[in-house]
Design a protein around this ligand. Sequence first.
Ligand code: NAD
Ligand code: DAU
Length: 355
Amino acid sequence: MIFVTGGAGFIGSNFIHLWLKEHEEPVINLDKLTYAGNPDNLLAINQHPNYHFVHGDMGDRQLLAQLFAKFKPRAIINFAAESHVDRSIHGPADFIQTNVVATFNLLEESRHFFAYLSDKEKEGFRFLHVSTDEVFGTLEPHDPAFSETTPYAPNSPYSASKAASDHLVRAWHHTYGLPILTTNCSNNYGPYQFPEKLIPLMIAHALQGKPLPIYGDGKNIRDWLYVEDHCRAIMTVLEKGRIGETYNVGGLNEKTNLDIVEIICHQLDKLKPAASPYSSLITFVKDRPGHDRRYAINANKIMHELHWHPRESFETGIEKTINWYLEHEEWVANILSGQYRHWLEKNYQDRVNNI
Ligand code: NAD
Ligand code: DAU
């Protein structure tokens, strides 16, 4: 079986859904259920015979040792992390604890487990670490896109903590021979994304008639990839990736934040017209401190070596995403009714009124 951490979050839950749809092999999901971990994301597969959920912290070594001994996974896929840049600016401690310390604990327990496998089992074993393009820092408008050899230059507490975890993963391979693989992916979007992130936040606010808060001048650029394409990239790397290698994953879809919000407004105008165009809600607000200007991914290595290509264009992916949020207003409402309200006050009250 495969062992996933953080599978109740956005990308992890999409990955588990897709895995169970396309594989016979069981999956065990260890998740701490932080504010970002949502059991509702996995409701549809809760009773699936090949799905096992464990509520716990991946930093808990005793628990990890028990789970590895019991389930004997042939692969570990590490999604678990604190993932939101703005939260890392308000409170970096959790990011160091989970992204660095807990990843270290997961590596240590994996190393011990790996040491006692037979030669044949060792050959098949993989530790796949899911990381981000933010570890490479920021690009000027005409800089070449990030490749696997771009030097690390993280700028936020979040990206620094992910960079630290990437370095640990690399060292556990180089020093101890743990068969690792690392993926560095660009911005994902799609179903089950927590509404603190740009695209679901803008959809949710538009539908509530609330301001659409754009940081700074709105010209920061991100590369956007539909989440299922990222999940397929992870499956491809798990199956065919060369041990010890890193693979950059991206959607070849560079867009400014303002472009993204305007596209969302335009689509919503068609699908759920309001009294005035949704773009009238666009509000420019105080910028994110240390805001990276541009990210772009050179995905040649995974495309040429492993033959992975994104299936969705931004146009098809965003249409699916907006339709999903329109069909799952209750999923969003459940989040909005909880602790998340306090985050909205904390992050936006100095930036914009009526949030
Ligand atoms: P998310 O915040 O939606 O989900 C994170 C999950 O990890 C949650 O279910 C949470 O409960 C769980 N978790 C947190 N701390 C834990 C711990 N100590 N033990 C066990 N579980 C814990 O994040 P996401 O957007 O799904 O991102 C998943 C991974 O992909 C992260 O490592 C992130 O850095 C990386 N990534 C994300 C993106 C993106 O655009 N979202 C892009 C590239 C890479
Ligand atoms: O690049 C990959 C990364 O993408 C992942 O590693 C992170 O886990 C993920 O959160 C994401 O980070 P970003 O900071 O790029 O994503 P976010 O959705 O928070 O913001 C996207 C852009 O939109 C960024 O330039 C900031 C801007 N923004 C965001 C919010 C929440 C706004 O202008 N207004 C907002 O309210």
